[in-house]
Design a protein around this ligand. Structure first.
Ligand code: FPP
Length: 240
């Protein structure tokens, strides 16, 4: 068991490889996403048990709309199913759900489920489980720039007053979600080694970990061993 003080405060995960897992197991892509959802449930439990404070998962990117209508609809259908079956338990476990991204633009039933999850868990103070949904980092930064520009054009802020903190404040991880700290560790599964428009501002000093496991095969034990390996890394944030 890892000492609590060494644990990453915030772990973010790029859950990649559902499609390849489906192909490997000769099932539909949607079955792959369903298996991915089951894996996600186990990782949330594990993160909670380990005492990690923030867990963020990349569930749907602003680029994922390019997939077939069937697959997109299927992923949002899974979200509805997930909230219906898991919300009570998440709430009992004091988990607080947040969504990063333009979630109001997702199909109605999924947006309703999200609203319910946010409301039900709003006052919880256990694990912060953040779902990046219809999220893209460039979109997030563009949106922040627009908000800051409005303040400047209304005369509420001078250009010289814009600092790194101002930009952080207007990201999804800022004021509107009670300031989620930058991820200490970002894990990507499936052997791909890239960030794919995920938390670009916030990952400036994140440690990165890649594994060949396809997301549905990613186990709580592997999660724990990656976190364990992270605790041995030396983080200098540009200093010595
Ligand atoms: C990436 O695998 C995964 C996704 C785009 C969807 C992630 C969704 C889930 C894990 C389940 C749904 C959970 C919620 C909360 C909606 P891929 O399809 O890109 O895999 P591939 O690269 O092998 O094709």
């Amino acid at each position: 068991m890892t000492e609590k003080k060494l644990l990453p405060q915030h772990v973010a995960v790029i859950m990649d490889g559902n499609g390849r897992w489906a192909q490997k197991n000769k099932v539909s892509r949607l079955s792959g996403h369903n298996a991915g959802m089951l894996a996600m449930k186990e990782i949330i439990k594990k993160a909670d048990i380990m005492g990690i404070k923030y867990l963020t998962v990349y569930a749907f990117s602003t680029e994922n709309w390019k997939r077939s209508a069937e697959e997109v609809g299927g992923i949002f259908g899974l979200l509805v199913k997930y909230v219906a079956s898991e919300l009570a338990e998440l709430n009992e476990n004091n988990v607080k759900v947040s969504v990063l991204g333009d979630w109001r633009a997702v199909p109605g039933a999924a947006a309703d489920s999200i609203e319910k999850a946010l409301k039900t868990t709003a006052n919880n103070d256990g694990l912060r489980f953040n779902i990046a949904l219809n999220y893209g980092s460039r979109q997030e930064i563009t949106r922040a720039v627009r908000k800051i520009s409005s303040l400047v054009s209304e005369g509420c802020m001078m250009p010289d007053e814009i600092s790194e903190e101002t930009i952080s404040r207007f990201l999804y991880t800022g004021e509107e979600n009670e300031y989620i700290p930058d991820p200490d560790l970002i894990i990507r599964t499936s052997g791909e080694e890239r960030i794919s428009n995920f938390l670009l501002w916030q990952c400036a000093y994140s440690e990165l970990a890649f594994t060949d496991s396809l997301w549905p095969d990613f186990t709580p034990d592997e999660f724990e061993s990656i976190v364990e390996e992270y605790t041995g890394r030396s983080r200098r944030f540009g200093g010595r």
